[in-house]
Write a new protein. Structure first.
Length: 255
């Protein structure tokens, strides 16, 4: 069985591993910067081992990259590169209202997400597709291609077009601002920021996380938004309390 050293963290890595574990021999899973020393040791013992990466979050220096030549470390990146380079491609696509998202398998280089492409494909998603479902489809698609082609990768081709870049998510993005954004824009934030950093709004003096919502006025708990649009809250979680539906929240907290 083909040997693979895997680099990765988070949902993209988890879904890629679901595929790879059944198809290749994962001899090591690197999760931290400190793990790179073990990568070097194992690569010297298993020179035929390939490297596969999905959302590692650690800069890999040239001396480690060189160990995996000529194929290089294969990076599963959930965008149609050079679009959405950086740490939050799926979240940025959701924020922008994209329904067509893609995955690229590229050769890892020092410059961020700038390596040549082995493979690229796209999928069309519904506007309300949960973020984790997108992670799953893109991660598994990239991993499946790798498992099918590790012994016949071909020559990667340079990326074409003007790159766009994403940024790290942080808690400053959490507050919802219905005075400045439409209901659709706020719904995209709720979907994109599920898990982290989460979308927040204050109701009745309570700091609340908005778990799910939809555009329209058919919920007992609504937010009037920009341009006369309305966001209906479906599920909500007051700080320190359990998740509840809008009706239960109003019954317990409305003043």
């Amino acid at each position: 069985m083909i040997k693979v050293i895997f680099f990765g963290n988070g949902p993209l890595a988890d879904y890629a591993l679901e595929v790879l574990r059944d198809r290749v021999d994962i001899i090591f899973h690197a999760r931290t910067r400190e793990d790179l020393a073990e990568v070097k040791r194992l690569k010297s013992e298993h020179p035929d081992a390939y490297g596969v990466l999905a959302s590692f979050g650690v800069i890999i220096k040239q001396d480690v990259l060189d160990l995996f030549e000529p194929a290089g470390i294969l990076n599963i990146h959930p965008s149609l590169l050079p679009q959405y380079r950086g740490p939050s491609p799926i979240e940025t696509a959701i924020l922008n209202g994209d329904t067509q998202l893609g995955v690229s398998v590229m050769k890892l280089v020092k410059a961020m997400d700038a390596g040549p492409l082995y493979y690229q494909t796209s999928f069309t998603f519904q506007e309300d597709t949960p973020k984790l479902a997108i992670y799953e489809q893109l991660g598994k698609a990239g991993a499946t291609w790798i498992a099918d082609h590790l012994e016949d990768l071909g020559t990667p081709i340079p990326q074409e077009g003007e790159p766009t870049f994403t940024k790290m998510l942080d808690k400053s993005m959490s507050p919802l601002d219905p005075s400045k954004k439409t209901a659709s824009e706020l719904l995209n934030e709720i979907r994109a920021f599920s898990g982290y950093p989460k979308s927040k709004y204050e109701f009745f003096g309570l700091d609340c996380t908005i778990i799910s919502a939809h555009v329209g006025e058919d919920s007992p708990l609504t937010l009037p938004c920009k341009d006369g649009t309305v966001l209906s809250i479906d599920q909500i979680q007051p700080a320190g309390r359990k998740i509840m539906d809008a009706k239960s929240f109003l019954n317990g907290y409305a003043k």
